[in-house]
Write a protein that binds this ligand. Structure first.
Ligand SMILES: [Zn+2]
Length: 182
């Protein structure tokens, strides 16, 4: 494992460089290199069957991105002054064509390192729709049944968080999102 390949380095990184303010690397004292000067965020979209999570949207990252060719969720660096929720929704629009009106965020999962953190925003899909691959960084973006997720070649940080994320999606579906400060 290389020094920029730590378990907490975010779920994905752009391969084509810097697009927004806030893009950039942070070296944390635990020896990782993390993407996002103001932290990062991603969107886990869940489709329910009754009360149970049935499928989630995963993105197959392009071979030239960090941990290329693995599967993860749409996400990226937060911009200065941007809430994690806003960052996750913006990245999901940029990378998967997901509009803010198509999802209802209800829970968050925080991965925290000194000077850096990653927020996974867990959201319920509203209505029946498919994501679209709108970004050159991804090979494919698609619904994946929850029972298939653990069998896929996942980005290691997403793989580590998956059991907790699935639990959150199951037990907190009725929760209301509470906004945080940027
Ligand atoms: Zn770290």
């Amino acid at each position: 494992m290389s020094s920029n390949n730590g378990p907490g380095d975010g779920y994905r990184h752009p391969g084509d460089g810097y697009r927004h303010p806030g893009d950039g690397w942070v070296d944390c004292p635990w020896g990782h290199r993390h993407w996002g000067l103001h932290g990062a965020a991603g969107l886990l979209v869940v489709r329910f069957d009754g009360d149970a999570p049935a499928a989630v949207i995963l993105q197959h990252r392009s071979p030239w991105s960090h941990q290329g060719s693995t599967w993860s969720i749409p996400g990226g660096a937060a911009m200065p002054g941007e809430t994690r929720r806003a960052a996750a929704l913006r990245e999901a629009t940029e990378e998967a064509g997901i509009g803010p009106a198509q999802v209802r965020p209800f829970a968050r999962y925080l991965l925290e390192h000194p000077g850096w953190s990653y927020t996974t925003v867990v959201a319920e899909a509203i209505g029946d729709w498919d994501p679209t691959d709108t970004d050159t960084e991804s090979l494919e973006v698609t619904w994946v049944p929850v029972y298939v997720v653990p069998t896929m070649d996942l980005h290691e940080a997403f793989a580590a968080g998956w059991p907790a994320l699935l639990r959150l999606a199951t037990v907190q579906r009725d929760a209301t999102w509470t906004e945080e400060r940027p």
